[in-house]
Ligand binder design. Sequence first.
Ligand code: GLN
Length: 276
Amino acid sequence: MKIDYTVELALQDANRINIDLLDAELLLAHTLKISRTNIISRPERILTGAEAEVYKGLIERRSRHEPIAYLLGTKEFWSLDFIITSDVLIPRPETECLVQELLEQIPIDKSLDILEMATGSGVIACALASERPKVNITATDKSKKALAIAKHNVENQGHKNIKLVHSDWFSSLGKSKFDIIVANPPYLAESDHHLQKDLLFEPKRALVAGKTGMEAYNAILDKVQKHLNSSGMIIFEHGFDQDITLKSLLKERGFLGIVSKLDYAGMPRMTIARTL
Ligand code: GLN
């Protein structure tokens, strides 16, 4: 007699290949196009042959460390839903701290000009636009593929105040000036030991800056002053051990009010600085 392939058996299959229960539930919910709650409340639900095949493919890919966000094609950030593909970095919870910090710098009724560099899927720009509809945001990336994803996200969420520009740092920005420049650029060094498992599926150009990990900050800082209005501000996300180096780079270039802030884990994760 043929045994029905139920939700319960499907979750057991995932467990057997060391997939976290939450991941398995999410992949199953995605396959069956139902909510996770529905999975949990109906373990006896029977999968069709086609559904079982899709699900088994997904858990197999997960067992090889392919990130869950790429398998689902979506990721939540700042309580907004984003389309995510392997052309873009998966948004990290730490980056919500950067958004929080940014919001603290922008009064709700101000129409400031803001540049977000290396926007990737557009999470920072979209989160900001959702909270500060009056600001004008220019979001850039040097990857056209990433910009296409950002465009989907901007359009799906209906933001009217984000302009996407294909640009290698400042190359396409002419003489434009901004009140605030924000970036979560690639900041890992080529030799960083974190570059394994799930991270290997993410675009290297979005993670790795070069030999030292500071290359993207240097490239931005070389030109940033020309693109900041007076009393302008820059705010960078960075690695937990890059705050001191970054602060001295900013100091060398004459920035003022340089201060680093911590992420949820208590690690220095962002640095803010101002011009005169
Ligand atoms: N925070 C990311 C990581 O640890 C790196 C993101 C970045 O390079 N901007 O994987």
